[in-house]
Write a protein that binds this ligand. Structure first.
Ligand code: PLP
Ligand code: COI
Length: 341
């Protein structure tokens, strides 16, 4: 199979229309078989649940070309399980987990020419999503839904790739204490659009959200969880019921403990402690691990000792081990890698 003629190494994190996507419709209480289609357009009622009351959720995962030339995905079963949680919280019908993974595999296979080559620095980002497609005007769930999966080749989420970024403490909240912060609802991201644009207008790359109830604890950013490293090399990551349970973060905890022999603490992290950490990074499918060099808090700056030039040493080891597993350079724990072809 011949790859598309793309300058892979100059890709940013954007949408490129690829050849095929998967579509399945939920009608009369059941999902249809689903199919691959060339049609990248969606046609729904003007009164569709997603358009009126934002009834939608999504996932994000990647396909990689390994060192020995296979195409693989990373822990898609966990994305399927998380989408099930999202659907249940949003009164949407669950798409069966095994068929969900099959849909991912079929989309990646059908777009194999778009999977960036090994060593190019790019990957194939896969976006499964679901939305209420039938009309609703009273506030209630739709009766019909569409589940779709498309993919697009991407480069680094933050411009500059592995260069440390500057974030600021946000005055806005991302999620309510008993709200939807723990699921991947489209509405969470709608809420974050003003704060992210405001951060960019003021020269910051991202927002650090604090816990909405007390504003004393670190939660996450708009699209990634936090990892901190203490001066004695312990990895610390915030625990909260209103953050998204990042698959990357859960994997990194395992990697830290079992591959690198590091101590890991998953616990509440008070903002007060942040000035004492040695390293800070953002982790997620899109972010991979993006190092944070500086945190701005209302006129005060916290400069991480790892600086603005490079990733801190522990962050770097975590990054290299995780991407080594994803790209097939290191042996993966049982069940983490799904070989597509
Ligand atoms: N937090 C938020 C708000 C996200 O949108 C994402 C991205 O999916 C993450 C964290 C990272 O999660 P994962 O590692 O599963 O991609
Ligand atoms: C991902 O990492 O997959 C996400 O969904 C985050 C999003 C901000 C791009």
């Amino acid at each position: 199979m011949e790859k598309k003629n793309i300058d892979w190494s100059s890709l940013g994190f954007g949408y490129v229309q690829t050849d095929k996507r998967f579509v399945s419709n939920f009608k009369n209480g059941a999902w249809d078989e689903g199919t691959l289609t060339d049609d990248a357009e969606v046609r729904i009622s003007e009164c569709a649940g997603v358009l009126q009351y934002s009834q939608s959720c999504f996932e994000g995962l990647k396909a990689y070309t390994t060192e020995d030339g296979h195409i693989v995905t990373f822990r898609p079963d966990l994305n399927a399980a998380r989408m099930k949680d999202s659907c249940e919280r949003l009164e949407m019908p669950v798409y069966p987990v095994d068929k969900w993974v099959d849909a991912i595999v079929s989309v990646v296979k059908a777009n194999a020419a778009w999977v960036p080559p090994y060593g190019s620095g790019a990957t194939l980002y896969i976006r499964p999503y679901m939305f209420g497609s039938s009309p609703v005007i009273g506030v209630k769930p739709a009766e019909e839904y569409q589940f779709r999966v498309f993919c697009t080749p991407v480069g680094p989420y933050f411009k500059g790739g592995a260069k440390p970024i500057t974030i600021r403490v946000s005055d806005f909240d991302r999620a309510a204490p008993r709200g939807t912060g723990h699921i991947k609802a489209g509405l969470n991201y709608a809420m974050s659009l003003y704060p992210i644009m405001d951060a960019h207008r003021n020269g910051f790359d991202e927002n650090m959200y604090l816990d909405p109830a007390t504003r004393t604890k670190v939660e996450e950013t708009g699209g990634a969880n936090f990892l901190f490293v203490t001066k004695d090399g312990t990895v610390v990551t915030p625990k909260s019921s209103s953050i998204l349970p990042s698959i990357t973060r859960r994997s990194l905890i395992y990697v830290a403990e079992h591959y690198l022999g590091l101590k890991v603490e998953e616990r509440e992290v008070f903002f007060e402690e942040v000035k004492d950490f040695a390293e800070c990074g953002l982790c997620g499918t899109a972010a991979v691990i993006s190092p944070v060099g500086k945190i701005y808090d209302h006129g005060k700056e916290i400069c991480l000792p790892s600086g603005m030039d490079e990733m801190g040493p522990v962050t770097k080891k975590l990054y290299e081990t995780l991407t080594g597993i994803q790209m097939g350079r290191l042996e993966a724990p049982e069940g983490w890698i799904k070989v597509i072809e």
